[in-house]
Ligand binder design. Sequence first.
Ligand code: FAD
Length: 625
Amino acid sequence: MKKYDVIIIGAGHAGVEAANVLNKQKIKTALITFKKSDISYLFCNVSIGGSAKGIVVKELYALGGLMPIVADQTQLQTKILNKSKGPAVQALRAQVDKLNYPKLMQEKILEMKYLDLIEDEVIDLSFDAKNKLNGVNTKKNKYIKANYILICTGTFLDSKIMQGTDIYRSGPNNLKTTSGVSLQFKKFNLQLLRLKTGTPPRVFKDSINFDKLKIEPGSNDPIYFSEKRLITKDYQNIPAWILYTNQKTHKIIRDNLDKSYLYSEEITGIGPRYCPSIEDKIKRFYQKDHHQVFLELESENLDTIYLSGLSSSLPKDIQDKFLKTLPGLEKVKIAKHAYAIEYDSLNPIQLKQTLELKKIPNLYTAGQINGTSGYEEAAAQGLVAAANIANKINKKSPFVLDRNEGYIGVMIDDLTSKGINDPYRLLSSRAEYRLLLRSDNAIRRLYKKAYKNSLIDNNTYDLWKKRIAKIDNLILKITNLKVTKKEQEIDELLKNKKISIKENTFPIINLLKRPEISIFDIDKILTLKLKDFFDLTIEEKKHLEVEIKFEGYIKKQEIEVRKYLKYQNLKIQDDFNYQDILNLSKEAKEKLTEFKPSTIHQAKNISGISPSDIIILMNFLNKKN
Ligand SMILES: Cc1cc2nc3c(=O)[nH]c(=O)nc-3n(C[C@H](O)[C@H](O)[C@H](O)COP(=O)(O)OP(=O)(O)OC[C@H]3O[C@@H](n4cnc5c(N)ncnc54)[C@H](O)[C@@H]3O)c2cc1C
C-alpha cells in the first residue's frame, strides 16, 4: 500500500503550486492526475496575468511560486495593461507558449525530490470507521493512504460539454469527467454549485488574411513577473492582432440564439459575468454594433490562432458561418470549435481561510473547484492551501494573507466570507486598498511572511531584505537631495519640460512629484549624485518612483487599514438608519437595512457590500461616535 503525508488530486495550476510548496518543505506528497500531459495545461487563453491577475502572479513570485518563473521563461509577448492609469491598477500580461509552458512545468514537477507523480484517476475519498479522512481510492492503484488531501480537480467534476445541441458528459478538451468526489460532497451535505465557462474557436494561421487586421505588438523590451537575472530565454515579442465583429456577424448569431445551449431551457450552470460568450455579449449589449476580438498565436510550434472574445456554445456550422463574416477570416479554416462546459464546484463559504473544509478536517480544496475562474486564481489558492497543510503538519499557525497584504488575501477573504453565485474572477475593484496592493511592491509586502512560512529560502530572504533596505535608504537620500537650476542637467530638463520653478535651489522630489517627470528623466542626475542608485534594476527604480510620487496617497490608505483593524468590531445599533449616510450606494443601504449587521466586520461579509461602502460606513460611525 502506498502511503504519503499529503495527496494532491489534480496537476492543474493549483495542484502544481501546491506540490512545489510541499516539496520545498520536504513533505512526502503524491500528486495524482489523469495524465502527465495534463500538468498545467492551458485550457483556454494563452496568457498569464492581466488586470489584477498580473499582480497576483507578482505576489506568487514573492511567495516562492512557480507560475511567474515558468511564464517568464515561456513568454511570447509581454505588455503592461492600464499603462495610462495610476500605478495601483497597472499589471503585466504575458502571452505564453501553449506547449512550452506545461512542458517546463512538467520538468519542474518531475525534478521534485519529495513528490511522486502518479498517473491515475481518483474515484473517491476514503474515511476510516470513525469517519476520519485517511486517503483516496483510485482506479489503478486502488487505496492510497494519506492524512491530508488537497483537491484541485478544476472543471472536471461531473462536467458536460455543450456545442449547440451536441451535449455530452466530458471533462474539458474531451478529457475524462469524474463524479465520485461530487457524490461524496453531496453525502456530506456540502453545497455544490453548477457553474459554466466557455472557450473560443482556434483557427489555422495560414487561412487568415493578416493584411486586413490591425497589428498589436507587445512591449519593446521584455517585462518579467520574476526577475531578469533568473530568465535565460530571449524575448520574442510575437505580435497579436485585432479585428472587430460586424452587423453580419451579429445577425447570424442573433438568428441562431435558440440553438445556443446557453439559451436553452436545459442550462443550469451559471456563467462568468466578466468573460461572457459572444452570444451573451450580442444579447446583453444589443445596441453595440461591434465587439473587439484579439488574435493570438498559441505557440511557436503550432499553426493555430486563439480568437479571444469569441467564446461560444453555438453549433459548429453556425460558428463556421459567423467566423467567415469577420474581416480577414473570409476563408478561415477552424482547427477546433468553441464549446462551453458545465461543472460542479463547491461553494467556498464552506471553507476556512486556510482553504480547509469546515466540515471535514484535513481536507482542503483549491482552484476552480472553489468556484473561481482563471489560472492565476487557481495557482494562488494551491499555494495557500499547501502552505496551510504544511503549517498544520509542522504545528505552525495558519498562513493567512489579509486584504491589505495582497490580492490573494482579498480573493480568499471574498470566497470564504461571502461565497459565490457565479464564477469568481479577481478584479482590481474587489480590493479596497488598491494603492497598497501594487505590482511594483509585491516583494516588499510579502517577503517577510513568505520567509516566516518557509515559502522562500534564506538566500532569497537575505537578498530581498538587503535590496529593500537599499531602496528605503535611497528614498531617504532622494527626499533630502537638493539641486540648483544652474546645474546643466536640471537646466535642460526644466527647459525641455517647460517647467518654471521660482527657487534657485530646491528639493529634487519637487520635480519627481510632478506628473510629467518620471524617475528616468532624472536618472542621470541621481546616478551622478547618489552612489547606490546606478545598480538598481528598472523595476526597482519604478518602485522607488511610485513610493515617492504617491507617498501621500499611500499613507492615507495605510491610515484606512489601521482604522479598519481598530474599528472592525465597532457596534452598529439594530435600528441604525443607513439612509442618513449620503455617499453610501443604494444597494448597500438596502442590504444593510435588510441584514442589520451588528459590527463593521459583519457588514463587510454581506454579499453586495463593497469595500468602499465599508470605508464610508466606518468613517460615518467613527465621526458619530
Ligand atoms: C473550456 C474552458 C474555458 C475556460 N475559459 C477561461 C477563461 O476564459 N478565462 C480564465 O481565466 N479561465 C478560463 N478557464 C479556467 C481555467 O482553465 C481554470 O480556471 C484553471 O485551469 C483552473 O485550474 P485548476 O488547477 O483549478 O484546474 P485544472 O487546470 O482544470 O486542472 C485540474 C486537474 O485535475 C485533474 N483531475 C481532475 N479530476 C481528477 C481525478 N478524479 N483524478 C485525478 N486527476 C483529476 C485533471 O487531470 C487536471 O490536470 C477555462 C477553463 C475551461 C475548461
